[in-house]
Design a protein around this ligand. Structure first.
Ligand code: PMV
Length: 317
C-alpha cells in the first residue's frame, strides 16, 4: 500500500523581515508542489529519498536523530518516529519526495516537504485532518529551524492567500485573486537566519530609521490588503516596488537582485524580493498582457518560471 500526499511552496508578497518585529505579512501558496509517497518496508529501517540525496536509519536509532548526517533530512525521520509511536507500530517505512519547487531559495520547499511527508506517512495508518497535519509538520520543522513561525507550513497546508502577524497569528484572506507571478532565481544562496541577524544589526544601529521603515511597511501592507480586495494589479505592483525599496534600505538586496528587479520593472506590474533576501528569488506580478515579455526578459539573465496562487494546499492523492 502506498500513501501519497502533496503540498505547495509559497511566496511572501509583502512584509518579510518586518514581520519579525510585529508588522503583518501577506503570503500565498503557489502551484509548485512537493509530493511524498510512503510505504511500509519489510526491513526495520526508515529510508528517505529525494533529489537532494538519500538517507537511511535503523528503527531502533530513531531516538537519536543527531546521527542523521544531512540536517535537512532530520524532520522526516522525526515524522516517522512520531507516527510509529502514536500507532504503536514497529515497521520500516520508506518516503520518496519529488519536488518541483527549487530548494533553498525562500520558496518554502522544506515546509512543503514536512507537510507532504506528515500527511503521507500518517496516511499509512489514518488520514489526518489539515489541522492535525499542520501541527505535526511545524513540530518537525522546528527540529532544524527552532524559531520557525510556522507561517510557511500553514500556508502550504491550507493554500491560498494568508496574512500573518505575531499578535494575531494566521488569518485566511478570503479574496480569490487569480494572480500570476514570474519567479526569478538570483542563484545566490542565502541563509535565512544570517539575513535575519543582519537586519537585527541594522535595526540596532539605526533605531529611528528602522521605526520609520516599519511605519512605511504597515501602510504598504494596509494598501495591499485593499488592492487585493479590488484586484488592482497596478496598485499591487507599485506597492511591491515600494516594499522592495524598503528592503533595499535595510541592506538585504544584492547587485543581482537589483538587476533582476530593474529588468522586471520594464514589463511587469512590479517586482520585489520574496523571503529573506541576500540572494534567493524575486517575484514579478504579471498578467496575460506582459507575462511572455517578462519571462523572456528575465529568462536572459536568470532561471525563472511562472507561478500562480494555489488554492488547494495539502492534497491526498
Ligand atoms: O526566505 P524565507 O522564505 O525563509 O523567509 C524568511 C522570512 C523572514 O521574514 C525573513 C523571516 C521570518 O521568520 O519571518
Amino acid at each position: 500500500m502506498k500513501s501519497i500526499a502533496s503540498a505547495p511552496g509559497k511566496i511572501i508578497l509583502f512584509g518579510e523581515h518586518f514581520v519579525v518585529y510585529g508588522v503583518k505579512a501577506i503570503l500565498c501558496s503557489i502551484d509548485k508542489r512537493i509530493t511524498a509517497t510512503s510505504q511500509f518496508l519489510d526491513e526495520k529501517i526508515v529510508r528517505v529519498s529525494s533529489s537532494l540525496g538519500e538517507s537511511e536509519m535503523e528503527l531502533n536509532s530513531l531516538n537519536n536523530l543527531e546521527k542523521v548526517p544531512q540536517k535537512f533530512m532530520k524532520p522526516f525521520f522525526y515524522i516517522v518516529k512520531k507516527a510509529l509511536e502514536e500507532n504503536s507500530t514497529v515497521k520500516g517505512i520508506e518516503i520518496i519526495l519529488e519536488s518541483d519547487i527549487p530548494a533553498g531559495v525562500g520558496l518554502g520547499s522544506s515546509s512543503a516537504a514536512c507537510v507532504a511527508a506528515t500527511a503521507s506517512v500518517n496516511g499509512l495508518f489514518n488520514k489526518l485532518s489539515k489541522n492535525e497535519v499542520v501541527k505535526r509538520a511545524i513540530q518537525a520543522e522546528r527540529i532544524i529551524f527552532e524559531q520557525s513561525s510556522g507561517a510557511d507550513s500553514s500556508v502550504s497546508t491550507f493554500g491560498g492567500l494568508m496574512s500573518y502577524d505575531l499578535k494575531n497569528g494566521f488569518q485566511n484572506i478570503p479574496s480569490r485573486n487569480d494572480l500570476s507571478f514570474i519567479i526569478s532565481n538570483s542563484a545566490q544562496i542565502h541563509d535565512t537566519q544570517d539575513v535575519v541577524r543582519q537586519v537585527r544589526n541594522f535595526k540596532e544601529k539605526n533605531e529611528d530609521i528602522f521605526r520609520k521603515l516599519c511605519e512605511q511597511e504597515i501602510e504598504i501592507v494596509n494598501n495591499a490588503t485593499s488592492a487585493l480586495k479590488e484586484n488592482d494589479l497596478n496598485e499591487l505592483g507599485s506597492l511591491m516596488l515600494k516594499n522592495q525599496e524598503l528592503l533595499k534600505q535595510m541592506g538585504i538586496s544584492t547587485e543581482k537582485i537589483d538587476l533582476l528587479v530593474k529588468e522586471a520593472k520594464r514589463t511587469s506590474h512590479g517586482a520585489k524580493i520574496t523571503g529573506a533576501g541576500g540572494g534567493g528569488c524575486i517575484i514579478s506580478l504579471v498578467d496575460d498582457s506582459n507575462r511572455k515579455n517578462t519571462l523572456d526578459n528575465l529568462g536572459k539573465i536568470s532561471d525563472c518560471f511562472l507561478a500562480k496562487i494555489d488554492y488547494n494546499g495539502l492534497m491526498y492523492a
